[in-house]
Design a protein. Structure first.
Length: 154
């Protein structure tokens, strides 16, 4: 009998970018912190208020995101109070926006009871809703996942 834990698969490859991304971002609260940051939240208390995340988990996830280079801390102080850090997304963190938009769209289509978003969707400056799309380096917009060949481990 084969032990399934020892059967190698492409996702077990420690170099797999999807596996590495999920290792960092796949824990509960992590992408929600990035979402709130994209909406302008920058302080620990702001994240705590908007997410309702337990303080210990919030501190752990913020530290993880900073260590991974997704966020950075910037010291600030309010007159009469001790200095604190605010959290800002790095360029790598801002690059997660299409991922969050894709998850929002997918969740609305497949998990929403009535097929409507629970919140106002992301919008462009022109006012239209934003969607994540697949585009190749040649500039071709891909209509379906059937037009994509997924990577195979080398």
């Amino acid at each position: 009998m084969t032990d399934l834990m020892t059967v190698p698969t492409d996702t077990d490859d420690e170099r797999c970018p999807i596996g590495l991304s999920m290792e960092l971002l796949g824990q509960k609260w992590t992408l929600l912190i990035v979402r709130e940051s994209l909406k302008g939240v920058q302080t620990f208390s702001g994240f705590e208020r908007s997410l309702g995340c337990p303080r210990n988990l919030l501190a752990s996830r913020l530290r993880l995101l900073c260590e991974a280079g997704v966020m950075t801390t910037v010291p600030y102080s309010t007159p009469g109070q001790r200095g604190r850090d605010r959290y800002e997304l790095t360029a790598a963190g801002r690059e997660l926006a299409p991922t969050l938009i894709a998850l929002f769209d997918w969740g609305t289509r497949h998990l929403s009871a009535d097929g409507r978003p629970w919140a106002e969707p992301s919008r462009c400056r022109c006012g239209e809703q934003v969607h994540a799309v697949l585009e190749c380096d040649g500039g071709h917009l891909l209509g379906t996942v059937d037009e994509v060949s997924f990577p195979v481990a080398r």
